[in-house]
Ligand binder design. Sequence first.
Ligand code: FE2
Length: 381
Amino acid sequence: MTDSFPILGFDHLEFYVGNARQAASFYETFFKFTNTAYRGLETGSRKVASYVMEQGKIRLVLSTALNSDHPIARSVLKHGDHVAVIALQVPNVVDAYQHVTARGAISAERNSAGIAVIPPTLAEDESGLLHYAAIHAYGDVILKFVDRQDYRGVFAPQFQPRHSVQPGSYGVAPCANREAGLQTIDHLVGNVERGAMEHWVKFFADTMGFQLLVHFDDAAISTEYSALMSKVVQDGSGQIKLPINEPALGEGKSQIQEYLEYHQGPGVQHIAYSTHNIIETVTKLQQAGVEFLHVPTPYYKELEARIGKIDESIERLAELGILVDRDREGYLLQIFTQPVEDRPTLFFEIIQRHGAQSFGEGNFKALFEAIEREQALRGNL
Ligand code: FE2
């Protein structure tokens, strides 16, 4: 069977932030990314400064507006620092854009930050040709298609490499051998309004041929207070996994509802980074100061009975707060950070898969109870 909408993988995720230089320093210090490229006033970019941060195959771009009258500034005013662009590599941008717009992707409107879709565009400099286009996804999130096969530059026109910091220059110093072992974007989760999950599942299916991978209803993943529904869609290559959550009715405020209120609308809730050695990765991140959700000790007492034998030491997992789940294909290890903003919105997951292709459903209850304890501390339960 041929893939009706071939995707080569994630190209990058772009965050809109209030202060990109400080955000770059945060992702370098805490999550061990390296700043590889920069654009700003010094490189001829008069309106936006951006820092490209890389680790493994993960590429984040942190962008800030240099003026309040810029869509990035308006977007940050509304949402706080947030994931604004999900960029996918495709073999042909014109084909991709025509394919999705012919199947209902919105091609003419602006989102609430005033950001318009981008028809197929060619950017060119001495490093070659970069093709891209963009459509709207949930909330104010932009879905970008990128083809960099004919581009040899560090990231895009206007960007300059940041392999070394010149004396007197600003920016983030690269630090070799300091990575934490983050490898790829395993999955990327969106929160949408109650009743909107089905619409977005259909959107990804209709426009890009994504298939429904898993479905959790509120009965499976509700606690005393919080409830949500979730469906996971995946592209034909299996590389792009996009769970979509909506709040369900519970006794208290769903964690998804809390997100929607503080993010002021739908958006990216968490990004899961894969690692080949979660114990090493989490040890490094904790030493760097990354704060993770606390897991109650009884979780580990019942673990071996629930999960069976695993390669890792359960004592070590308990010390670090790493969760384990098993499905028919194997097991997985995962851990969740605290929100990385003052608003209780975006957080990260670190995941190591030993065959398992699921998302840790067996941990949802323990996990949600941990999230609710934090939510109660914020006075939002
Ligand atoms: Fe996840």
